[in-house]
Design a protein around this ligand. Sequence first.
Ligand code: SAM
Ligand code: SF4
Length: 464
Amino acid sequence: MKKIDYKSEIIQPDIINELLDKKTDNSKIDDILNKALKLKGLNLEESAELLNVEDEQAAEKIFKAAKQLKEIIYGNRIVLFAPLYAANVCTNNCLYCGFRHDNTSIKRCVLTPDEVAEEAKAIMNLGHKRIVLLTGEDYKETGLDYLEECIQKIYEAKVFNGEIRRINVNIAPLSVDDFKRLNSFGIGTYQLFQETYNEDIYKYVHPSGKKSNYRWRLEAMDRALEAGLHDVGIGPLFGLSDYRFETLATLMHSHHLDAKFGVGPHTISVPRIEPAKGVTFSENPPEQISDFNFKKIVAVLRLSVPYTGLILSTREVPEMRKALCDLGVSQISAESKVNPGGYSVHKETDSQFTMSDNRTLDEVVKALLQDGYTPSFCTACYRKGRVGKDFMDLAKPGLIKQFCQPNAVSTLAEYLYDYASEETKETGLKFIEEQILNTDNPAIQSLLTDMIAKVAAGERDVYN
Ligand code: SAM
Ligand code: SF4
């Protein structure tokens, strides 16, 4: 295969289709997995070989390697966050979404910035420190002046020992100048899902509104990085088109950003379409993804772009969330509400889609601990300026770990002292003791012991 010029075009469908037409050569799988385990990532051809695997035995090998790689790079940490929906008005008509303009069966609302701050306080009271702020696409009702005020009020809002320390944003694409303005609000990652990289299907499922312009959305991350944003998060919405095409296209998008800007996406999200009220399309999407293929997607992404965080939401049932955390997911949402006001001020508004994990944050934390994971509320990298290329430069030689593990454990300790049920607190404090004992680097062990002692003594926001 000839060398791919990633800089020239973001998505080159002919190349992707050519790779997908090839039958997997099972004798190559071991070599590809060995390369991935050297943490060098995979090229598109290698990722395609893995994605094309249908045989269960070969798939098991891929899963095993993904688990191994996940442990090497991310240890046992899982970062937790919650979504905050500010508004469900929308000028678009995405066929799959509960907020689509023509859906007359839902109540619409735009929270005032003060109500958004109330929602943020309710989220803090659960114990979260990190949110993703979302709206429908409506530049008049939820433009940048509105978002600026919301973000400022969220950062200013405080409850006992509670605050939001990182606001990621998932809103419609902007121009370079508007991205520059968004950047000045102090956001973490700018997330935007392409939904589908297949241009024909894209046009079919986005029949009207500004979102019907495929290229405006596809080029958004180039504009965001040009505007100076450091961390961007991409993702397809699985269920619209062939999952293998979408996964390879997502990787091609990553390689494009890496080639052009020297840094790939900070995160990739893996949402699957869920039923939404009043939207029949969402109940029977054209390309349902089986659980087996969904696991393969996550494992192949993990092996292909080892340093990119993988995000999973409460769209999935608890069992699937556990399986995907094992295979490569590094961030999950918990106790989410996907309706504006859902945490406190307008609990009656309608949700964007149906969720399948309705456990409380406390239950999710306890389950993670029981499965051997460190639930992390860490936001240190972004606040210490370890973002974009600087983050990747630390992550690639494995240096980021010396920061991550102590920060993860100390934010877990904060959560346990301030928000957890007695049972979770007991399980968690025992878990922390074991973590300290099992830390083999003496310098990190002593740092961790120190940080936990400070949190136990009442100090908060202890990070390095
Ligand atoms: N409205 C903006 C946009 O479309 O870019 C902001 C994001 S929207 C609130 C968040 C994401 O929800 C969309 O990008 C889409 O991928 C996802 N979504 C929409 N309908 C969904 C459904 N029925 N099931 C699962 N995810 C859905
Ligand atoms: Fe609007 Fe976003 Fe829903 Fe599309 S996905 S209808 S743009 S809220």
